[in-house]
Write a protein of this length. Structure first.
Length: 252
């Protein structure tokens, strides 16, 4: 008795990569567009601080756009409403401009050029400094553009390890480095509590909610602030135990 022929027909397709849970990491893993390079731990930091801007009409300024791959990533992540402004010293970067994406060419160490960025951008919601990574470039960028970041915006500077590399003007605990400069901003963040005439609250104190240090990254979150108030709730459990004097604010 003859057997019917057995036909095997299989259709193979590449497996779909499992999602990492981070849309930036997922984009990078499947990316076949313009070149970009990132340290692997950066994606979690980006997503942690930028997620609330997704789908909004925000303005992102990225200093240092390389071949333009990161601009493609930010477009995918933030969505079509976002305005992207890429900044680079390389004249050829003008070719990266497109709908919703502007390119400015200049040296981020130049205060006049930084003023041009501020004038062109108007309100900046997200500022990413991935530019030349030299000390004065990073310091000047923060000094001149931080005041132009929106009241609830985010500043991010990456590749801070150059603060430890001599070829970028760095060196361990050298006062001219961006890392040492940023440490002084920690004092300003806490200036509402200062009892020293050399440390008084200023515009940075009143506009900065938090500073987040990661490996090679600093993220600063802006929020309008008033002098903090200590509040109490409940009743004393130990009647004779006073609040520790070191925690009491100094009375005027």
């Amino acid at each position: 008795m003859s057997q019917p022929p057995v036909n095997f027909s299989f259709s193979f397709s590449p497996p779909t990569p499992a999602s990492s849970g981070n849309p930036l990491q997922d984009f990078f893993d499947r990316h076949q567009g313009r070149l970009m390079s990132k340290w692997t731990h950066y994606f979690d930091v980006y997503h942690r601080h930028f997620a609330r801007f997704r789908g909004t009409a925000c303005t992102l300024v990225e200093i240092g756009v390389y071949h333009g791959g990161s601009l493609q990533m930010w477009r995918d992540y933030l969505g079509p409403k976002a305005r992207l402004i890429g900044v680079d010293i390389e004249e050829r970067a003008r070719a990266l401009a497109g709908p919703g994406t502007e390119i400015l060419i200049g040296d981020q160490e130049d205060p006049l050029f930084l003023s041009q960025i501020a004038e062109t951008a108007g309100r900046i919601d997200l500022l990413i400094d991935d530019g030349g990574h030299h000390m004065q470039q990073q310091i000047n960028t923060l000094l001149h553009l931080y005041p132009r970041i929106a009241a609830n915006g985010v500043y991010l500077c990456e590749d801070l390890h150059t603060s430890y590399w001599e070829e970028f003007g760095g060196g361990l605990r050298q006062p001219q480095t961006f890392i040492e400069f940023s440490k002084r901003l920690i004092d300003k963040l806490n200036a509402f509590h200062s009892r020293d005439d050399e440390l008084v609250p200023d515009g940075y104190t009143a506009s900065t909610q938090s500073m987040h240090y990661y490996d090679s990254m600093l993220v600063i979150e802006k929020r309008p602030r008033q002098p903090p108030q200590m509040v109490r709730a409940g009743v004393p459990f130990f009647p004779d135990l006073e609040e520790r004097p070191s925690l009491k604010p100094e009375m005027p």
